[in-house]
Design a protein around this ligand. Sequence first.
Ligand SMILES: Cc1cc2nc3c(=O)[nH]c(=O)nc-3n(C[C@H](O)[C@H](O)[C@H](O)COP(=O)(O)O)c2cc1C
Length: 232
Amino acid sequence: MYVTPRRQTARCRPHRLAGHLARSLALPLTSRDTSTESACGGTLGLAARAANREREWLVQVMDQHALRSIMGAFPKGVTVVTTVDATGAPRGLTPNDVASVSSEPPMLLVCINKTSTTLAALRHSRKWAVNYLLAGTSEVSNQFATKLPDKFFGVEWRPGELGVPVLQHAALAYAECTTHQEIDAGDHVILIGMVAAGQPPAPGTLPLMYFRRTYATWSEDHVEGSYVPQGA
Ligand SMILES: Cc1cc2nc3c(=O)[nH]c(=O)nc-3n(C[C@H](O)[C@H](O)[C@H](O)COP(=O)(O)O)c2cc1C
């Protein structure tokens, strides 16, 4: 049985994208890529194999270096996510894969690598705080990006409303959350938190930022424009 032209187009499109991306990333196309063409013009039985090749292709083309460069093209703030372990001891790590999810009800997400030693404590307590770091606190960020047993050494904190550590001088704002959902996502898990308490930034405070593996801060001198569409 031959595939319909419409189906062929759908199957072939990822391959054309593969070629385009591989060329733009200056990465070699493999012999597998050329064989996809015959699958596109072949039988439906080959469609499943073509889909497999598509998945393999993504792994081949998206090498770690290119992927990091692409992800690094998006400047972000830096946070320290804190919790307490089964003994009540403070635990935490530095993530910047953090995003707002919903305002009603208030939710945010954080992506945690499955190798994180803090993950067990986050899963156990199901309560955590996202501490949005202040400009000038890159040392705190680096300390929480280690595997040191006591990452809180020299860092002032107090228990927040949920009893999880809130950084007192290193954060410009924080949000305390309870785990609403955990989603398995490749080598990470996505924790979606329901925001239960928090503190907004004081006027004039600036965040620690991270772009192309470099810390920086927001510069009021380089603001591009003041118009932002309503609802943003
Ligand atoms: C700027 C920056 C951003 C980071 N973002 C994340 C992230 O979003 N998710 C993550 O799991 N690790 C992230 N890391 C790496 C962790 O902080 C690091 O692996 C840390 O050692 C984890 O600690 P743990 O294993 O004790 O939990 C980031 C590190 C830095 C310096």
